[in-house]
Write a protein that binds this ligand. Structure first.
Ligand SMILES: O=P(O)(O)OC[C@H]1O[C@](O)(COP(=O)(O)O)[C@@H](O)[C@@H]1O
Ligand SMILES: [Mg+2]
Ligand SMILES: [Mg+2]
Length: 335
C-alpha cells in the first residue's frame, strides 16, 4: 500500500513504521515526547497572541537570555517525561545540572535518560520563523534503583538508543530514529495525531546547499574559509546556494531532504563553536548517520567524541556525506 494512501488513511500507521524495532518502554518514552511536542506546538502556534514571546528575564547556564518559549518548552518536556514515570533523569540546555527523577527510589526500574534542547532556534521565536526541539535518549549506565550520576549523561553519542527532533514549521513534524533508519511524522492538528509522511528519510550523498553564519567568516579557521570560497566558485555544479535559517533543526531538515551541509565552526569568539555536543550535535549526528549522511567536528566523528561536561560545545559539520568529507579535506590541509 503506498504511503500516500496510508497517510490519508484514518488509522495511525506510525506504530507500523517506527515501533517495530522499539521496546515497549522506549515506545512509551517516544509517546511522551510526542505528547509534549503537541503541547509546545499549540503554544508556538499562538506566539504573538499570548504572552509567550520575548525574553523571560533570566539567563541560562550558557549565559544566553532565556526566551519565554525556551522556559515554557523546557517545563513541558520535563513535566511530561517526569509524570509518565518513564525516565530516571533529564539534562536540558535550560537546566544548569541534570534533573534526577525518583532515581534514588530502589524500586525505580526506569532505565532511560533523556537530553534535550527544548527550544532550538530561540533567536527566531519573535520573528515567526521555524523553531524546533531536539532530544537524545540513552540507557543509564549506573545500576537500577541507585541515584543517577553525571556518568549516565556523559556518554558517547554512539551509545544513543534513540534521537530525534520536532520542527514547528509550516507543518509540525516529529523526525526520529531508534537505530533502524529515520522516519518523519507530520502532525494532523485537527485530530492531534502524527502520521508517517516521510518514511526512511535519506541524505542525498551530495548537495548544492551550504548553511553557515557567514557573518563569522573572518573568525573561521582558514580551511573553513577556503571551503566556503570553494562553494562560491564558478566551476562544475558550483556555485552552491547559501541557505541559513538560524534554527539548526530547520536547516538540518531542509538539507536532509534536498542535500546540503550545515556548519557551525569554531571561531575566535567561540573556541569550540556554539552548538552543544550532548543535546544538539550527538542527536543530529545519530539521525544524519542513520540517513546515510555524516557528522564530524572537522576531524573526528561526532558520535565518537568523549564528553567531558554537560554543556560542552564542539565545532559541527553535518549533512551530505560527500560535502562533509570535502570540508574535512580543506581543514586537514592546515594541520
Ligand atoms: O545566530 P547564530 O550564532 O548563527 O546561531 C544560530 C544557531 O544557534 C542555535 O539557535 C542554537 O540553538 P538554541 O537556539 O537552542 O540555543 C541553532 O539552532 C542555530 O543554528
Ligand atoms: Mg539549539
Ligand atoms: Mg535551545
Amino acid at each position: 500500500m503506498s504511503i500516500k494512501k496510508q497517510t490519508l488513511g484514518e488509522f495511525i500507521i506510525e506504530n507500523q513504521a517506527s515501533f517495530k524495532y522499539t521496546s515497549g518502554e522506549l515506545s512509551r518514552l517516544i509517546n511522551s515526547i510526542r505528547l509534549a511536542a503537541k503541547v509546545v506546538n499549540h503554544e508556538v502556534n499562538k506566539a504573538g497572541l499570548v504572552d509567550i514571546i520575548g525574553a523571560a528575564g533570566e539567563t541560562n547556564v550558557q549565559g544566553e537570555d532565556q526566551q519565554k518559549l525556551d522556559v515554557y518548552a523546557n517545563e513541558k518536556f520535563i513535566h511530561t517525561l517526569t509524570n509518565r514515570n518513564i525516565v530516571c533523569g533529564i539534562a536540558s540546555e535550560e537546566e544548569d545540572d541534570f534533573v534526577a527523577i525518583n532515581s534514588q527510589d530502589e524500586n525505580n526500574q526506569n532505565k532511560y535518560v533523556v537530553l534535550i534542547d527544548p527550544l532550538d532556534g530561540s533567536s527566531n521565536i519573535d520573528v515567526n520563523v521555524s523553531v524546533g526541539t531536539i532530544f537524545s535518549i540513552y540507557r543509564r549506565v549506573t545500576p537500577l534503583g541507585t541515584p543517577v550520576t553525571i556518568d549516565d549523561f556523559l556518554q558517547k553519542g554512539n551509545q544513543q538508543v534513540a534521537a530525534g527532533y520536532v520542527v514547528y514549521g509550516t507543518s509540525t513534524m516529529l523526525v526520529y530514529t531508534t537505530g533502524h533508519g529515520v522516519n518523519g511524522f507530520t502532525l494532523n492538528p485537527a485530530i492531534g495525531t502524527f502520521y508517517l509522511s516521510h518514511p526512511d528519510m535519506q541524505f542525498p550523498e551530495d548537495g548544492k546547499i551550504y548553511s553557515v553564519n557567514e557573518g563569522n567568516y573572518i573568525h573561521f579557521p582558514q580551511g573553513v574559509k577556503d571551503y566556503i570560497k570553494y562553494c562560491q566558485m564558478e566551476e562544475g555544479d558550483r556555485p552552491y546556494t547559501s541557505r541559513y535559517i538560524g534554527s539548526l533543526v530547520s536547516d538540518f531538515h531542509r538539507n536532509m531532504i534536498k542535500g546540503g551541509i550545515y556548519m557551525y565552526p569554531k571561531h575566535s569568539k567561540n573556541s569550540n563553536g556554539k552548538l552543544r555536543l550532548l543535546y544538539e550535535c550527538n542527536p543530529m549526528a545519530f539521525l544524519a548517520e542513520q540517513a546515510n549522511g555524516k557528522a564530524s567536528n572537522g576531524h573526528t566523528r561526532i558520535m565518537d567524541i568523549e564528553p567531558t561536561e554537560l554543556h560542552q560545545r564542539v565545532p559541527f559539520f553535518c549533512g551530505s556525506k560527500n560535502m562533509v568529507e570535502k570540508v574535512e579535506e580543506f581543514i586537514k590541509k592546515y594541520e
